[in-house]
Structures are given as C-alpha cells and as structure tokens.
Design a protein around this ligand. Structure first.
Ligand code: NAD
Length: 494
C-alpha cells in the first residue's frame, strides 16, 4: 500500500521508514486507499533545516526570476489539471468539477504572485530633508510555515505558499493528514518548474509536527487555516514563540433573505452554497434568516431541488454532491441532526436516508425549519450539508442575529433594495460580504479573512495582506554630505 511521506530538499522521503502512520480513506467507498507517514520531531526539523539552507540563495534571486518559476509552475498545474482534480476527488470526495474549480481558484493566487516585482516595490521620497532621500524596502522573513485543513487540499495551501516564496521566503507546508497526496504532487511540479530544492518542503503529520513548527526558532511566521479551537491554540502558541501568525478558523455563515428577493435566484444560490462540497466549505451558507413571511415560499422552491440533487461518487459524471471526509465526521454531523430534532427544530428533509446502504461516508442534503438562536444547530459550525431556516420578523432583527454570532467569516444578503444592501455592507460584523452573491470568496488580488472568532491575527490571507504578511519593511534614510558636525539634539529635517 502506498505510504505518502514528506517532501524535503526536492524529493519525497521513504515512507516505509516512518515510525508512525495513519490510514487515508476513500470517502466514496469507505476503503483504506493509502497511508500517510507522521513526521517525527526530527523529520520536521529536517524540513525546517532544508528551508533554512535554501533561504539565502533564494532570497537573492531577483523577484522577476522568482516570478518566472511561478509562471512555469502555473503552466504545469494547468497541464496536470485532470490528474490533480482526480487526486482531490479520491482523497477528499468532492465532485470532479468542484475539484477543478478549487484548482482554478488556487491558481489565481499563483497568477497574483507572478506580479511580485510590482507588488514588492517600496516607497521613495526624494528630498525628505535638504540633500536627504528616504525609501522603504520589503524583504522576506526567512523560513515560514503553513498548516492547512482537509476541505481544500490544494486551494488553501495555494493561498499561502505562492506569495510566500514569490516574496523570497522558503516554506514548510503541513497539509491535512486526511488528504496529503495533492500537495505532494504540487511539490513535485514546483521542482519541475525549476524551484530550487529546499524552497518548498512538505511535512505530513499531526500535532507533533505542528508543535515543532510553532516552537522552532528558525520558523518566522505561521499561516494556519482550520477549526477555531485549533486556530486559537496555534495563534497563542506561535505568538508566544515570537512568530508572526495569521490563523483562520471556523464559520457559521448566514444568508439574509428579504421578501423582495428573486426567490428562484436565491434558492438556486442556496443549493450550491449550502450543499456544494457537502457543506464542507468555510464559506458555505448554513443558515437562512428568512425575513417576514418569505420562509414558506423558499421551502416550496428548495424541496424539489433537494429531491433532485445527485449525490454519489464525485468521480462519476453528473454528480453534484459527494460524501463527507470520514466516518467520524459523518457521525458528528448526524449527531447534529439528532440534536436539532431533540431541541424542537422541524426536520423537513433528513439526509440520513440518502445512500444509507453505501459503505461511503454519504449524507444527503438536510433541511431544518423553525430553528431558533438557542439551538445547538444554530450556534455551532456543523460543516456538513445541513441548512437551517430561522424565521425573523424584520431586517434589523436579522442583522442583529448575525452580529451577535461568535463567528464572522462570510455572509450574504439577497434583496432587490440597493439601500438595504448598502446598509448591510456597512453594518454587518463579518469579514466577507456578498450582495446577491452567496459565497463571496474574494479574488486573489483582494484578501481573504473573517472577523471575530473566524480569524486570529491582524492580516488576512493572499492579496495585498498576503504580501504584507510575508515581508518586513525597512526604511532607509540617506545623504551624501561633504561634512558633518556633531549633533546632540534629536535630528530634524532641515
Ligand atoms: P482542523 O482544525 O481539525 O485541522 C486543520 C489542521 O490543523 C490540520 O493540518 C491538522 O492536522 C492540524 N491540527 C488538528 N488538530 C491539531 C492540534 N490539536 N494541534 C495542532 N494541529 C492540529 O480542521 P479540519 O477539520 O481539517 O478543517 C475544517 C475546519 O477548517 C472547519 O472548521 C472550517 O471552517 C475550517 N476552515 C476555515 C477556513 C477559513 O478560511 N476560515 C477555510 C477552510 C477551512
């Protein structure tokens, strides 16, 4: 059986030598398809050391030549799109077209990073004082590390490493132990594109590997994406070890549905946003706040669409929703359905009846009505294909609910009123907002990040914030005087 191992110094290490490993399941049939080696402390230190050795030479490569490696990498990913999409399907379970979409969204960050010569430009002021010039420069940090979740095995790592290495840093990636194959293939393609050995390394593993990255003195910055409890842990531990940290956490994304919205458009948007990728997206809509009397009409629109949803193996043509990632996660999502019913919500569609005989980790689309803010299914992130309808009296009470929720990743308003939409964009306490757009993931040249307990740290991911995160500024003040006299007062510009 294939044992996926680590990618250090330009090649994959021998997985058969690993002291510990975990199974990787095919979520579509429940079978163990491979194993993943778990890095020891020494393995992780070797990857950090490889990145450290590569840093000096890589940081001196001109930004233009660093960008040229990324141009070649982009072309290689495009040439291997089908192979990569299949790998994602096999280890994650999402449907093939969705996996392609993930790759395209990741490549957009590579395209953005190809503009690094422009993005790294500093500011220059001639004559800040008489005969004195000043400028700023943006320099790389050194070795930086990324830790990613299972739900976007390629896109989330691509939020991080293209910009990091374009800025001149070297990288250690720790992908999810549930689906490591796509990132290992990405590492090979980077090498093939001409990236020097050691600039991009992959460590597979669990808490031991992560803790080694968080505490190691040669790691300068940590980018994390995953659940909120782990994000909080990463943020506090890495910060305590003096590192720059951006830690993106969980979500509970609301759609605010006004009675004037186009319900055909809104219900189609909801189908994709709630059930696409089996709801395993941090930007999935999991709550609809149905204002006034719009809920009944919405349910009428949704029910036939849910009945027609094609659930099955993501590799089969025409499928719209695949399985969940693991048996344990399936059980957890099912326990939320139990909890919703026990706490008095009305389960209009129970997805537990879909493909119930399959050995795969399937759960059909589930729809709850009559959900109230006290219920567990409203308060907690479910991360599955479960959509909750909360009936609210008016716009103000809907807005207040969103603003009171502990998470603030994404949200959307569906309305025909420009005035209301404008107020919503201004007033809502959430990091990413859609107006008639259900999943408002910013494009690569903007930055991605939530508010409240959906993000820890000041900077969002990719876009301008990505460049800021992976560089540090230096300000230079220079003059070429003929003579200098001793000055004992605080210097001021003349
Ligand atoms: P997770 O938090 O379980 O794992 C994320 C990463 O952290 C993995 O690489 C894992 O190995 C590591 N990890 C897990 N437990 C750890 C621990 N105790 N100590 C150190 N490292 C640990 O998340 P997941 O289940 O892989 O992904 C789903 C979660 O990610 C959801 O909560 C989802 O909302 C979130 N997510 C957020 C965003 C965002 O942009 N905010 C994007 C994608 C996913």
């Amino acid at each position: 059986m294939r044992i996926y191992s680590h990618y250090i110094d330009g090649h994959e290490t021998d997985g058969s030598q690993a002291q510990a490993s975990l199974p990787i399941f095919n979520p579509a049939n429940g079978e163990e398809q491979a194993r993943v080696a778990l890095a020891s402390k020494a393995d992780t230190e070797r990857a950090i050391d490889s990145a450290k050795q590569a840093f000096d030479a890589w940081s001196k490569v001109s930004p233009l030549n660093r960008a040229r490696v990324l141009f070649r990498f982009k072309a290689l990913v495009e040439a291997h799109m089908d192979e990569l999409a299949e790998l994602i399907c096999l280890q994650h379970g999402k449907v093939l077209e969705d996996a392609r979409g993930e790759l395209v969204r990741g490549l957009e960050v590579v395209e953005f990073a190809c503009g690094i010569p422009h993005l790294l430009k500093g500011e220059h002021t001639e004559q800040v004082g008489t005969g004195v010039d000043a400028w700023s420069i943006n320099q790389p940090l050194g070795v930086v590390a990324g830790i990613s979740p299972f739900n976007f095995p390629v896109m989330v790592p691509m939020w991080m490493f293209p910009i990091a290495i374009a800025c001149g840093n070297t990288f250690v990636m720790k992908p999810s132990e549930k689906n490591p194959a796509p990132v290992l293939r990405i590492a090979e393609l980077l090498t093939q594109a001409g990236l020097p050995d050691g600039v991009f390394n992959v460590i597979n593993g669990d808490k031991l590997a992560v803790d080694t990255l968080l505490c190691h003195q040669d790691v300068q910055a940590i980018s994390f994406v995953g659940s909120t409890p782990v994000a909080e842990y990463i943020y506090s531990k890495a910060s305590a070890h003096g590192k720059r940290v951006q830690a993106l956490g969980g979500a509970k994304n609301h759609m605010l549905l006004m009675p004037d919205a186009d319900l055909e458009l809104a219900s189609n948007a909801l189908m994709g946003a709630a059930y696409g990728s089996a709801g395993e997206r941090c930007m999935a809509i999991s709550v609809v706040l149905a204002v006034a009397d719009v809920a009944d009409a919405l349910i009428e629109k949704l029910q036939p669409k849910i009945a027609a949803l094609k659930v099955g193996n993501g590799l089969e043509p025409g499928m719209e929703m695949g399985p969940l990632i693991s048996r344990a996660h399936l059980d957890k999502v099912c326990s939320y359905i139990d909890s919703g019913i026990q706490q008095g919500a009305v389960c209009l569609v129970d997805g537990r009846n879909t493909l119930a005989d399959s050995e795969g980790f399937f759960l059909g689309a589930t729809l709850f009505d009559g959900v109230t803010p006290e219920m567990q299914i409203y308060r907690e992130e479910i991360f599955g294909p479960v959509l909750c309808i909360v009936r609210v009296a008016d716009y103000d009470s809907a807005l207040a609910l969103i603003n009171q929720h502990e998470f603030g990743n994404g949200t959307a308003i569906f309305t025909q009123s420009g005035e209301l939409a404008r107020d919503f964009c201004h007033s809502v306490q959430v990091g990413m907002v859609g107006v008639n757009v259900p999943i408002p993931v910013p494009m690569a040249f903007h930055s991605f990040g939530g508010w409240k307990r959906s993000l820890f740290g000041p900077l969002h991911m990719h876009g301008p914030d990505g460049v800021r995160f992976y560089t540090r500024r230096k300000a230079v003040t220079a003059r070429w005087p003929k003579q200098l006299s001793a000055d004992f007062i605080m210097p001021t510009m003349k």
